[in-house]
Write a protein that binds this ligand. Structure first.
Ligand code: AMP
Length: 281
């Protein structure tokens, strides 16, 4: 595995490999890698000649400086995992390499309003930072294919919108959420949960599944209030539970409104913010 921290050196390498006709797959991450990330790498390894993984904890997508400071950083272990998975290139830049002209963008990227609901209500400006860094990383890595996880469904939708809007020459592939045995969605943030809470937090997935199970016998507002009650306990503090159209991310009132409907939630447990979603239609 080749490790780059220099943008220019990585760009020169990519140009050279593309000139040979190699197809580039790209998985952007913030590190503290787990099996969910590795599934994305594996998909890229199957479909591309060269798989590039970036590890960059992007400051511009953190609206809370304490969250940025607490974000786990485990570069040595990550690098080992990537090597074992057979990833060809690790790009681990500093923020100066990513933002040589400073972190404030020239102009706001149009996110089609998809950044307004759900996460957008609680993490103001978060998706501006996500779009900014993904756009920049795509300029550097110039991949044929970009791999992202369904776990961050709103993020996927926004990047999909940006790629179409800016006509960026990359194919975006969504990969299913990898879960622990008890159903908890794998996340770098899970490292900060106690073992007991990791068990209890399976309630998030169980609640999503229960909503899916009862979707035909209950109204949307009954489902939302059932799930909200279940996820607002002494152990959990609920931020939102939304049932949305997958295209617009707007709340639906009935199941008939759309062919693709997702239930999405964000919950705090032991000071850790956990998100999850499933497709219910
Ligand atoms: P992160 O490092 O958390 O920013 O995630 C990097 C990429 O991995 C994003 O596209 C995430 O959606 C994806 N990802 C994170 N956790 C999972 C998971 N449990 N299953 C599938 N993809 C994931």
């Amino acid at each position: 595995m080749i490790i780059f921290d220099s943008t220019l050196q990585l760009m020169a390498y990519i140009d050279q490999e593309k000139a040979k006709g190699k197809r580039i797959g790209f998985v952007p991450t913030m590190g503290a890698l787990h099996q969910g990330h590795i599934e994305l790498m594996k998909k890229s390894l199957r479909n591309s000649d060269i798989t590039v993984c970036s590890i960059f904890v992007n400051p511009t997508q953190f609206n809370d400086p304490a969250d940025l400071a607490k974000y786990p950083r485990t570069l040595e272990l990550d690098s080992q995992m990537l090597k074992e998975a057979g990833v060809h290139v690790l790009f681990a830049p500093t923020k100066e390499q990513i933002y040589p002209d400073g972190m404030i963008p020239d102009k706001k990227i149009d996110l089609g309003g998809l950044d307004i609901p759900m996460e957008g209500v609680f993490r103001i400006g978060h998706f501006d930072g996500v779009a900014q860094v993904v756009k920049r990383l795509l300029e550097i890595v110039k991949p044929d294919t970009l791999y992202m996880g369904q776990k961050d469904f709103q993020q996927f939708s926004i990047i999909n919108f940006m790629i179409n809007q800016l006509k960026l020459p990359v194919k975006l592939i969504i990969c299913p959420t990898k879960r622990e045995k008890n159903g908890l969605a794998m996340s770098s943030r899970n490292q900060r949960l106690s073992p007991e809470m990791k068990e209890k937090a399976s309630l998030i997935y169980k609640t999503l599944m229960a909503v899916k199970k009862h979707r035909k016998s209950k109204t949307i507002s009954e489902l939302v209030s059932y799930a909200s009650k279940r996820l607002n306990t002494s152990d959990f503090k609920l931020e939102y539970f939304s049932i949305v159209d997958a295209q617009t991310l707007k709340d639906v009132q009935t199941l008939n409104e759309s062919n693709m409907i997702y239930a999405c939630t964000a919950v705090w447990a032991e000071g850790v913010r956990l998100i999850d979603n499933i497709r219910i239609k």
